[in-house]
Design a protein around this ligand. Structure first.
Ligand SMILES: C[S@@+](CC[C@H](N)C(=O)[O-])C[C@H]1O[C@@H](n2cnc3c(N)ncnc32)[C@H](O)[C@@H]1O
Length: 220
């Protein structure tokens, strides 16, 4: 998406905010001269060890001068940032041309089937809030970019999966959901959800769609 919509020519510079271990940077390095920044020095070390440039930095106080990079992007970072508004303002400050939020989730828009599984959405959102994440950040990125003075286009990534793939990934998905909600709901609610989950996996009707939004903001 970013390649077709934003990268106009080779050799543009970019900053990856909240780069983690540099997975997205690796994808973009054939087209962009990318620098990463992350608040966690361990992540910066992992990215640097892959031969990419990365520095420790807080998204809310980016350690770069105004207009230092052509493009400034992030992915699954604003979910964890204490003040996403401030982070987007900072991204706009250090960008020359565009700010891109590649992917930020919105757990409030989850579509789950069966119902017994959907009943765990609320506890899942609570667990994220307890971890100091903003589970509804996806819906906020476009308006926050507009407030930061950017011209914005935004949307939702489509979810594509097959029953076969779902069967393969179901156990890991269940474990992650189970760990998040365990202790927040009664055991019998979890047992009912597990039984309904198994049935839906078996008949191929399990649906776990978590909207992930993107927004591209151009400087005026
Ligand atoms: C879920 S990971 C995403 C990593 C990477 N962007 C990706 O998509 O693979 C979120 C990253 O944001 C970083 N992070 C959280 N708060 C931050 C902040 N205030 N400033 C910079 N990075 C932050 C975390 O350390 C973590 O590496």
């Amino acid at each position: 998406m970013m390649r077709t919509r934003v990268i106009e020519r080779k050799g543009m510079t970019a900053l990856d905010v909240g780069c983690g271990p540099g997975l997205v940077m690796e994808l973009f390095s054939p087209w962009l001269e990318v620098t990463g920044t992350d608040i966690d020095p361990h992540m910066v070390k992992r990215t640097s060890e892959k031969g990419m440039r990365a520095v420790v930095g807080d998204a809310m106080h980016l350690p770069f001068k105004d207009k230092s990079f052509d493009i400034v992007y992030c992915s699954f970072t604003l979910l964890w940032v204490e003040d996403p508004k401030r982070a987007i303002e900072e991204m706009a400050r250090v960008a020359r041309s565009s700010v891109v939020c590649l992917a930020e989730p919105d757990y409030g828009g989850r579509v789950c089937h069966p119902k017994e599984v959907a009943d765990l959405d609320g506890p899942l959102i609570e667990s994220l809030r307890e971890e100091r994440a903003d589970p509804l950040v996806g819906r906020k990125i476009a308006p926050l970019m507009e407030e930061a003075g950017l011209v914005v286009e935004s949307g939702v990534h489509s979810g594509v999966w097959s029953p076969n793939q779902m069967k393969k990934e179901a156990e890991a998905e269940w474990l992650s959901l189970f760990r998040a909600v365990q202790g927040r709901v009664d055991d019998f609610v979890l047992e009912k959800a597990r039984t309904a989950w198994n049935q839906a996996v078996a008949d191929g009707t399990l649906c776990l769609f978590n909207p992930v939004l993107y927004a591209i903001g151009h400087k005026r």
